[in-house]
Design a protein around this ligand. Sequence first.
Ligand code: 5GP
Ligand code: MG
Length: 179
Amino acid sequence: MGSGSTQRAVKPLFSQQEIEEKTHALAAKIASEEPSPLIIVAIKKGGVPFAELLASALTVQGLTVEVATLGLSSYGKGTTSSGNVSLTQDLSTEIRGVQVILVDDILETGKTLSFAWDHVLTKGATDVKTCVLLDKPHKSRTREADYVGFACPDLFVVGFGLDLAGRYRDLPFVGVLED
Ligand code: 5GP
Ligand code: MG
């Protein structure tokens, strides 16, 4: 048997339809508050599916958006953060003089968004906002998100970009691993 046999079942927490509806609602809010054009900086790899859905929802709202990527890593292969954020791929686009929205899958300690925030400012972004699909409670946050999809229970979640050692990222919904 291949390694596929070790795949665990995933209990859905946020369905594909809920994620889509929420993202369209967020896009309407962003469009009412932010000028166009915008560059969305998707934090790779987990933030990419949400960033792409958000970009398409913003386009529906009539905003001109471009999606750039920034590769950051803090979880390694486990289910708890190492606490050390490292750069795995620099920005894919020049952002000097541009308004940026940083987009990630989930916010926990805020270290990932803080690192990305400092990085895009160093690269010359004029204004930086933050948007996450999920907000997991944490007592000592280094940065909050301006736009949040859902409050997430304090569990390790997978799907819609969120992985466990590279797996489950492509699930179209967010859920928790069954034992
Ligand atoms: P922070 O830096 O805010 O502590 O954590 C955010 C990053 O940790 C996210 O970009 C994500 O990569 C990872 N992360 C936090 N919680 C979870 C989780 O429940 N599941 C997965 N797969 N990744 C998580
Ligand atoms: Mg991440």
